[in-house]
Design a protein around this ligand. Structure first.
Ligand SMILES: NC(=O)c1ccc[n+]([C@@H]2O[C@H](COP(=O)([O-])OP(=O)(O)OC[C@H]3O[C@@H](n4cnc5c(N)ncnc54)[C@H](O)[C@@H]3O)[C@@H](O)[C@H]2O)c1
Ligand SMILES: N[C@H](CO)Cc1c[nH]c[nH+]1
Ligand SMILES: [Zn+2]
Length: 427
């Protein structure tokens, strides 16, 4: 584990740098693959699947037979756990529905806002080193509640050209309409341009490694919307003497095991707690099946001592973690003061894994400091808000003159005329 540091404020941005590559590092590769797939469709998707995933595919889609097989392969125990997770995610996201907002802004001028689903959405489900079927629930459940019509899922196949049965099973439980066997940049390109058989979608959702994240960002150049950049996992824990060191270490490792480019950080006002957690990390990491990955990720990680909670909070807001765990005597200080975080976990008995799987909140969250401007996935991510207005004769008389003056001042005569003609008719 890295040694405990106490950086000066001037060093924060350098110390807190993410270990991921930037758009500039990956853009050339992504652009070349996008161009190829735009021109060559399915052949291009298959070629890059062969290069990056090591498998030659005949068919890019999960078949009816594979769907039946998956249903039989998933254990009853896992099906029940998926049901618990699904129910909680459903409850939390269904509760986010909002009523139509109607306001009579001036007598005779009615304005309202209503939400409509995005018709065609693409869900990316990571599958490089672990089949994240929990991400299927996190994306397909809100898509279904929102009323999206076409829900296309894409995920990388294994070396036998198969998709993990739990991914297929979860997709069937949540209204996914098609499952494409493609991962990484080729999956995002397929959903961006559409191919002979992959539908082109209006918005792409989902987490992924740095290649997926940069590909999603570049997809926006071609007119496709994205949920947010949701890249390699991050966790920042703030802990004082009241925290349980072994719990804190287990949480840090839970995110370190995601990928070698994950980053976990512990900030504390207690040197003793930092030392205790460091020892726990060394013990617990040896027991993990993914210790090779976790050990590499831990190299990107920091144990930071700060003198006061005020300095801790300022540093945390500067970093803007994807996940933020608060385990201190004064949790409210951090809960009320946090400005930039994807999802917040409070107290010794709220592990980050709860949000990853089953509490009900969404685990598709902004990383790499994008918490400063983006929210995690929620019901609104799958909806558009459309504004409506209806103006009566009384209404146009009330606001017409103001519109004429405003349009005249902008030098836009046609705008002004559209009101003047109506006002004249009402004289
Ligand atoms: N932010 C979030 O909300 C969130 C949620 C879950 C997971 N995650 C992150 O998702 C990631 C999952 O990563 P993963 O790799 O296991 O799966 P993945 O599905 O994201 O990526 C696998 C794909 O990457 C492509 N790829 C691999 N190496 C490449 C290379 N050198 N050049 C071009 N393409 C390449 C391959 O096509 C492969 O199919 C982890 O980093 C994890 O931390 C983030
Ligand atoms: N922690 C991940 C988001 O960064 C989500 C996840 C899925 N499965 C386990 N964890
Ligand atoms: Zn996780």
């Amino acid at each position: 584990m890295n040694k405990i540091i106490n950086p000066a404020k001037s060093e924060w941005s350098q110390i807190l740098q993410r270990p991921t590559q930037t758009i500039a590092d990956i853009e050339e590769t992504v652009t070349a693959i996008f161009d190829d797939i735009k021109r060559n469709g399915n052949d291009g998707v298959k070629r890059y699947t062969s290069i990056f995933d090591g498998v030659e595919l005949d068919d890019l889609f999960v078949s009816e037979e594979e769907i039946k097989e998956a249903e039989n392969q998933v254990s009853e125990e896992l099906k029940k756990a998926i049901e618990v997770s699904k129910n909680n995610i459903y409850k939390f996201h269904a509760a986010q529905k909002t009523e139509k907002v109607l306001v009579e802004t001036t007598a005779g001028v009615e304005c309202w806002q209503e939400k409509r689903p995005i018709q065609k959405v693409g869900l990316y489900i990571p599958g490089g080193t672990a089949p994240l079927f929990s991400s299927v629930l996190m994306l397909a459940i809100p898509a279904q509640i929102a009323g999206c019509k076409e829900i296309v899922l894409s995920t990388p196949p294994n070396k036998q050209g198969k998709i993990n049965p739990a991914i297929i099973y979860a997709a069937q439980q949540c209204g996914v309409t098609k499952i494409v066997k493609a991962g990484g940049i080729q999956a995002i390109a397929g959903l961006t341009f559409g191919t002979e058989t992959i539908p082109q979608v209006y918005k792409i959702f989902g987490p992924g490694n740095q290649f997926v994240t940069v590909a999603k960002q570049l997809a926006t150049k071609y007119g496709v919307a994205i949920d947010m950049p949701a890249g390699p996992s991050e966790l920042l824990v703030v802990a004082d003497d009241t925290a349980n060191a072994s719990f804190v270490a287990s949480d840090l490792l839970s995110q370190a095991e995601h990928g070698t480019d994950s980053q976990v950080i512990l900030v504390s006002t207690s040197k003793e707690k930092l030392n205790e957690v460091e020892k726990e990390l060394e013990i617990q990491i040896e027991e993990l099946s993914r210790k090779k990955i976790a050990k590499k990720a831990i190299k990107n990680s920091k144990l930071i001592f700060v003198e006061t909670k005020e300095v801790a909070l300022e540093m945390i807001n500067e970093y803007g973690p994807e996940h933020f765990i608060v385990c201190t005597a004064n949790d409210n200080f951090y809960v009320e003061g946090i400005e930039n975080a994807g999802s917040v976990f409070i107290g010794n008995y709220t592990p980050e894994s709860a949000g990853d799987y089953a509490s009900g909140t969404n685990h598709t969250l902004p990383t790499n400091g994008y918490t400063k401007a983006y929210s995690g996935v929620n019901l609104d991510s799958f909806l558009k808000a459309i504004s409506f207005q209806k103006i009566s004769e009384e209404g146009i008389k009330n606001i017409g003159n103001a519109i004429e003056i405003l349009a005249g001042a902008e030098g836009l005569d046609a705008h002004k005329n559209a009101v003047t003609l109506r006002l004249n008719k009402l004289k």
